[in-house]
Design a binder for this molecule. Structure first.
Ligand SMILES: [Zn+2]
Ligand SMILES: [Zn+2]
Length: 410
């Protein structure tokens, strides 16, 4: 009797502590909401593209440094990557930030909010005494170049995530959820080499690299009908020849292959290679395929996603299940989720209006008052989720176990 009563009491007080902790986190974010909106607005206006996010990364680092985080600038050979650290020991929970804009259309992917959400959450946690001294490490990892260049892939390769137990990030879009789907992608250069000749005086002396490219292009188009659902192949011809009156001796295409699993990407890339081989053989050209870069698919950590959804509801954000039909892209967050338990959550900054990202309308939403209000709710939900990971050892164990088992429940 006594034992079970004391367990009840312990449970009750743990819940009470949890409630107070959550109250403190959300109150700290509310108190800083004007500063956070200002920070996101400043990054929006800096409008810096991949690897050039000098002022954006400085502004975020300054926000964290002023709150007492220890800053290490320049990571994995990138000037605009940085780490902000608070606390020591394990567990180590990382909140990731992005801050790069798109060429021409600026912050049409809302990355001005991503770094701000994570920085806002990190500072609120610290101000609420989380993690307790010596009982955990809280990291903000400033990740440049998501749109182009795969900053997180370079950070993973440099070992930045080695001691991280879980990594979290929230991206603005038009739904709110803890779950994301992303394609694995590999990008290739496909080149054909022929022999130049005068197109009128001696075309029979030439070997036409443009013909090879067109045969390749048509072959890829014919393959599409036989491709599995939820796979993509797309590209552009970046060099179609040098002069209209010369048989082209060189052509080059840039191709992307995507699928929900990297194994499927590899299968398709074998077929693409066979098509290039056929096109080269038909025309007497030679060919070369070079892999430019790759990003694995997202491995969604379901216990983490569930926890973020729970915390979204707690801060008044209605969640929607993410489905394939809502459109799927690729992200370098996928790489992070392959090496440590992680998720990319989404926050609706459009009030349910289905504005697609990478559009001028979405850029407008990323700098709107309603968007910034949603950003504040995202910072709260993210901070609460990291708070849960620090305070609930069983949850963290479940998160790690899920990662190790390579389960795919979503
Ligand atoms: Zn984007
Ligand atoms: Zn994005």
């Amino acid at each position: 009797m006594t034992t079970s009563f004391s367990i009840l009491c312990a449970d009750h007080s743990r819940r009470e502590i949890g409630f107070l902790m959550n109250e403190s986190i959300t109150a700290h974010i509310d108190a800083r909401s004007a500063a956070l909106k200002q920070l996101a607005k400043a990054i929006f206006n800096f409008n810096e593209i991949a690897f050039q996010e000098e002022r954006s990364s400085k502004a975020l680092a300054a926000y964290l440094e002023n709150a007492g985080f220890e800053i290490s600038r320049g990571q994995a050979g990138m000037n605009t990557a940085f780490i902000a650290k608070y606390g020591s020991g394990s567990p180590c929970i990382a909140l990731m930030g992005e801050y790069d804009a798109l060429p021409e259309i600026g912050h049409a992917c809302g990355h001005n909010m991503i770094g701000t959400i994570s920085a806002g959450a990190a500072v609120a946690l610290k101000e609420s005494g989380i993690p307790e001294q010596g009982k955990g490490t809280l990291l903000f990892i400033g990740c440049p170049a998501e749109e182009h260049g795969g900053g997180k892939i370079l950070l993973v390769k440099a070992g930045i995530f080695e001691d991280v137990d879980a990594a979290l990030i929230i991206h603005p879009t038009n739904i709110s959820t803890g779950y994301d789907i992303s394609y694995a992608i590999k990008c290739f250069f496909v080149e054909f080499f022929g022999k130049g000749a005068h197109a009128a005086a001696g075309p029979y002396k030439g070997v036409n690299a443009l013909d090879a490219m067109i045969a390749f292009w048509n072959g890829v188009s014919l393959m599409r009908q036989q491709m599995m659902e939820r796979t993509r192949i797309h590209g552009i011809i970046v060099n179609g020849g040098q002069s209209f009156n010369t048989i082209p001796d060189y052509t080059k295409a840039e191709m992307g292959i995507r699928a929900l699993l990297m194994e499927e990407v590899d299968e398709l890339s074998k077929k693409m290679t066979a098509i290039a081989e056929g096109a080269a053989s038909m025309t007497g050209c030679s060919f070369k395929i070079t892999e430019r870069d790759a990003q694995p698919e997202m491995y969604v950590n379901v216990p983490l996603a569930k926890t973020l959804d729970k915390n979204y509801e707690a801060v008044g954000e209605r969640t929607t299940m993410r489905t394939y039909g809502q459109g799927v892209g690729s992200t370098d967050v996928g790489m992070v989720t392959q090496v440590v338990p992680g998720i990319q959550g989404y926050i609706d900054i459009t009030e349910g209006v289905k504005i697609p990202t990478h559009s001028p309308e979405f850029a407008e939403a990323a700098n709107s008052e309603r968007g910034y209000e949603a950003m504040i709710r995202a910072a709260k939900a993210l901070a609460l989720t990291a708070g849960d990971l620090f305070s609930d050892a069983m949850l963290l164990e479940e998160v790690k176990r899920y990662f190790k088992e390579r389960r795919r429940d979503f």
